[in-house]
Design a protein around this ligand. Structure first.
Ligand code: G1P
Length: 302
């Protein structure tokens, strides 16, 4: 079996769920505490053994490439001022990964975005990470899925159980649970309005064979008038075994405001240098010691 080393990051969406913040700034560049959202996905892919990273961009998203590029002037200035800690941080990011970029010239949906990576991927299996789906886990979610792929040689998608009323927001799989967090997928529907085939939603992590590309080329516009990855996967399911993996970890939808806030709080509480003080602040805030955003350092005596 060919080694899995390629990961595709579709980053071409408009980020409308986060307007107006993302009118100009790519949503993938919004910080979760002190790193842009995309960096978490890149670190997950690197931590899962992938080293060929492909981002699918649209116009106005070049800040993403700049973030992972060398910034010689900044590095020189930090060096001269002997700001070695900051220099280390900047260099870590620019040395983290060499990134291949491809463009999605029209906003035709996730399936179309993945298809733009066809030539860059070549004839190998590859992973797809949707950067909005940030997953906090002891073992990176992609690595958990990689074990299933390496054992079976078959496609794998990440699954999470959702409430029945939430199924219309996701790609939902049909099939049966095999045990050991594995699900044998026999069907799937993108954002079912009625009769979802199960309560297991596809979360933005996929391990796919290159055979998905000809299927994507044939896929017509589906839900929301877009070329859906789920519709091409549905065709792939018909060609052989296809697995879902109910990953261990916590997933946040950082592409919308509330999910982003929740993720920010969780990551901030776990942050090695900020966590403790932030926790104390939250406790004080919730305990009512703060009013109107101002700390009452010297509460007036009654
Ligand atoms: C995409 C996929 C959907 C999946 C979801 C996970 O939808 O099309 O199948 O369940 O990501 O976040 P989107 O959220 O881009 O509408």
């Amino acid at each position: 079996m060919t080694t899995l080393r390629t990961c595709v990051f579709p980053c071409a969406g408009f980020g409308t769920r986060f307007f107006p913040a993302t009118k100009v700034i790519p949503k993938e560049m919004l910080p979760l505490v002190d790193k842009p959202i995309l960096q978490y996905g890149i670190e997950e892919a690197l931590g899962s053994g992938m080293d060929k990273l492909i981002v699918v961009l649209s116009k106005g998203k070049d800040a993403i490439l700049d973030h992972f590029d060398r910034t010689s002037e900044l590095e020189r200035s930090l060096q001269e001022r002997k700001k070695n800690d900051l220099l280390d941080e900047v260099e870590t990011v620019s040395r983290m990964a060499d990134i291949i970029s491809v463009r999605q010239k029209e906003a035709l949906g996730l399936g179309h975005a993945v298809l733009q990576a066809k030539d860059a991927v070549g004839c190998e299996p590859f992973a797809v990470v949707l950067p909005d789906d940030v997953i906090l886990a002891d073992e990176p979610c992609l690595l958990q899925m990689r074990h299933v792929f390496e054992e079976t040689g078959r496609p794998v998608v990440a699954l999470m159980e959702v409430l029945p009323e939430e199924t219309s927001r996701y790609g939902i799989v049909g099939g049966n649970m095999l045990g050991n967090r594995r699900f044998h997928v026999t069907d799937m529907v993108e954002k079912p309005k009625v009769n979802p085939p199960s309560c297991y939603a596809i979360i933005g992590r996929y391990i796919l064979p290159p055979e998905i590309f000809p299927l994507l080329e044939k896929t017509e516009r589906g839900a929301g008038g877009e070329i859906q990855l789920t519709d091409a996967l549905r065709e792939l399911v018909r060609t052989g075994d296809f697995y879902g993996y109910v990953f261990e970890g916590k997933r946040y939808d950082a592409g919308e405001k509330l999910g982003y806030l929740k993720a920010t709080v969780d990551y901030a509480l776990r942050h090695p240098t900020l966590g403790e003080e932030f926790r104390a602040h939250l406790e004080a805030l919730i305990g009512g010691e703060e009013q109107h955003g101002q700390t009452l350092r010297h509460p007036r005596r009654a």
